[in-house]
Design a binder for this molecule. Structure first.
Ligand SMILES: [Zn+2]
Length: 328
């Protein structure tokens, strides 16, 4: 009896410590709320609802980054604001993704800053009314701005506004698959299959990179978008994260990881993971051509490597990046 109890205790302890210290952690972030601008509130509602319901089923916290220009479509503003409110009512946070979704590099700094302020009118109010703190900013296209002077000036502005940059370590390029689904709805099953395979490949890759850079798997931040595709497969996506042994945590919790204090002198108008920025800012120990990327048919191919440090743009691989590929 005693030994059986002891054995149970050991097993319980093992489970406890497993969850305490050894499980991976990821914060889920959704960009471009409330979804594609050209979709009606009636189409956006089920997309958002499906995502919200599934996140709740998995007990997964999340934050949604809003482009408020999308709220002002004729006769639908009330309904679109109600969609944002449903995120907050379900306990999820909202963050700032600028009003208009422009890239910082291609914008006038003053205008961009005004666009940030304009972009939080409704979201901040909804958050504050629910007693929640509004304090995260996500760069459209993950573009932190070039040249360095512009980047630094904008970071000062963010600080003055009490806005914290929301980085991304796991980027699964969902918008490319969603675009393909929109262009050819009949290809749904194939697109989904490729998307899930790619998500697995990228989860595996970023874990490997993290272990090489930090000797451990850091707390990750996963970038997704509110779109039709993700509403169809959100259950599968969260299961994949669990397959890779991830627990779901808030962005606040993930960013407590000291990895996020790493030096980052990388800047460029690209949508690269922060793991890439940290590596290229420091040791350059990762072979980034191992990073799974996609060709135009959504097949996985080796990566191209372009980076800019202190305005010095270099290409360390012969393949050229398709310049016209930008996230929505
Ligand atoms: Zn975006």
């Amino acid at each position: 009896m005693f030994f059986r109890k002891l054995k149970n205790l050991i097993i319980l302890n093992a489970i406890f410590f497993y969850h305490l210290g050894y499980a991976n952690e990821v914060a889920i972030t959704f960009d471009d709320l409330p979804g594609q601008q050209d979709l009606s509130a009636q189409k956006l509602e089920p997309i958002n609802n499906q995502i919200i319901t599934t996140l709740r089923k998995f007990n997964a916290p999340a934050i949604g980054f809003v482009n408020e220009y999308k709220l002002y479509s004729k006769g639908q503003t009330k309904e679109k604001i109600a969609i944002l409110k449903s995120w907050v009512d379900n306990g999820f946070s909202l963050g700032n993704h600028t009003f208009s979704h422009h890239s910082l590099t291609n914008s006038n700094l003053d205008e961009y800053e005004q666009d940030v302020l304009k972009g939080e009118t409704i979201s901040k109010k909804l958050m504050n009314e629910a007693g929640m703190d509004y304090h995260y900013f996500r760069y459209p296209y993950l573009d932190m701005g070039r040249p360095l002077q512009k980047r630094t000036a904008f970071e000062k502005f963010l600080k003055a506004q009490n806005l914290i940059i929301a980085p991304v370590t796991i980027n699964t390029d969902d918008w490319k698959f969603n675009r393909s689904l929109n262009q050819n709805p009949k290809s749904k099953d194939e697109v989904i299959q490729k998307y899930l395979a790619y998500t697995r490949a990228r989860f595996a890759f970023y874990e490997k990179v993290s272990k090489k850079l930090f000797n451990r798997n850091i707390k990750h931040v996963w970038l997704l978008h509110v779109n039709l595709l993700n509403s169809l497969v959100i259950n599968d996506l969260l299961k994949i994260a669990q397959e890779y042994n991830y627990n779901f945590v808030t962005l606040d919790a993930a960013l407590k990881d000291l990895a996020y204090l790493s030096t980052d002198t990388f800047y460029a108008a690209t949508n690269q993971s922060w793991l890439y920025r940290w590596d290229l800012s420091k040791n350059k120990v990762i072979n980034w051509s191992d990073e799974p990327v996609l060709d135009n048919n959504l097949a996985i191919i080796p990566n191209d490597i372009k980076f800019a440090i202190k305005d010095d743009i270099k290409t360390i691989n012969k393949q050229t990046v398709a310049e016209n590929q930008t996230p929505d």
